[in-house]
Design a binder for this molecule. Structure first.
Ligand code: KG4
Ligand code: ZN
Length: 335
């Protein structure tokens, strides 16, 4: 099935053409440089920039896939969760295209799409498996029982892992979004020089809490500044990265063991983190667990993962009519 897919849930406008698990074309425009001076995504600016470039991106994606509009079998779009104004741009554009072409409209959940990035990179991968979803807004351990059947096993009670990285990076004076910059800086640091607590959620061995860790980091940096002491930024970055990777890996593998999963996948922007990738690989290898991680270019928001998940939504009959709306929040097991 050839799918024309759109992703506009946050600050990337992305359009792709996919054929089952194959990516025929993918174009993504990041808006980061337009939000950077504000230190975070400005929702209205994000919506306006999506409006500006979505038509040209679509033309390019079709051209690259060597298809015209008639060669497309379905139109897919991320409809939730995300910034509502940003999502609405993609949803409304997809509706217009589906209406004009008289093709099925397939709504795709953003987190399901992140998990589906693994189907592109690992053609043999099939549910059931366990997914660690780590992005700017989400941190969840999800049992993927089938392509459209999900069970949330653990989740963050407060901040997402990406948010923790971004806030700490900001306190270190790194550019927005800080996760990737903190990751690079951490390569030069020594994690052993700074001790950090391991936050736990009582009676919930698979849940996370990152807000305490985030505050501990920010306080450490600010207190040192106030006392005119120097903290080695690289050590701070390395310590935080190591602690977050340790927590994510430990709880995911505990869930894998207790829920009987022998395959684990990473999904979402934070799965680009080098320490998380390394640690997961080591731990999975030593326990005989098969691990799948998307290539870094498919970890962040992109429409290819939306198109691939759409194929499975279509197969399950999960289509939308012209009343489709966007939703800022929606659990992954909504249907
Ligand atoms: O999935 P994503 O692109 O957008 C959301 O759906 O939220 O994830 C973005 C998050 C940001 O918090 C960003 O800082 C983080 O992923 N991120 C990283 C790395 N690359 C992106 N965090 C840690 N290390 C990285 N290398
Ligand atoms: Zn995302």
């Amino acid at each position: 099935m050839k799918v024309l897919a759109f992703e506009t849930s946050c600050d990337e406008t992305s359009c792709a053409v996919t054929s089952d698990r194959e990516v025929l074309s993918l174009y993504t425009i990041s808006q980061i440089d337009r939000h950077e001076i504000f230190g975070g995504v400005v929702p209205e600016i994000a919506s306006r920039l999506h409006v500006e470039c979505i038509v040209n991106l679509t033309r390019k994606a079709l051209e690259r896939a060597n298809l015209d509009w008639r060669g497309i079998d379905g139109i897919a779009v991320t409809f939730a969760p995300g910034l509502i104004g940003a999502l609405l741009v993609g949803v409304n554009f997809a509706k217009g295209v589906a209406l004009a072409l008289k093709k099925p409209l397939i709504p795709v959940h953003h987190i399901r799409a992140h998990i589906a990035a693994n189907y592109i990179a690992s053609p043999g991968l099939k549910p059931p498996f366990l997914a660690l979803v780590v992005s700017g807004g989400h941190t969840q351990i999800v049992g993927v029982r089938d392509y459209n059947k999900f069970e949330i096993i653990g989740r963050t009670r407060d901040d997402a892992a990406g948010e923790c990285f971004d806030k700490a990076a900001r306190a270190l004076g790194l550019p927005y979004p800080g996760g990737v910059h903190l990751d690079r800086l951490a390569e030069k640091g020594n994690a052993g020089n700074i001790r950090l607590p391991t936050p736990r959620v009582e009676n919930s061995p698979y849940d996370f809490s990152f807000s305490g860790l985030k505050t501990a980091m920010v306080n450490l940096i600010h207190n040192a500044k106030q006392k005119d002491e120097t903290v080695c930024s690289a050590d701070v970055a390395a310590a935080l990265r190591a602690k977050v990777a340790e927590i994510l890996t430990g709880r995911t593998l505990l869930a894998a063991e207790n829920f009987g999963y022998d395959t684990v996948v990473l999904a979402g922007g934070v799965s680009a983190n080098s320490e998380l990738r390394r640690r997961m690989k080591e731990e999975c290898e030593s326990r005989g667990i098969s691990l799948h991680i998307p290539p870094v270019e498919l970890c962040g928001d992109n429409a290819a993962m939306v198109g691939v998940q759409a194929g499975y939504e279509y197969a399950a009959g999960n289509m939308a009519d012209m009343s489709l709306n966007a939703a800022a929040t929606l659990p992954i097991d909504y249907v």
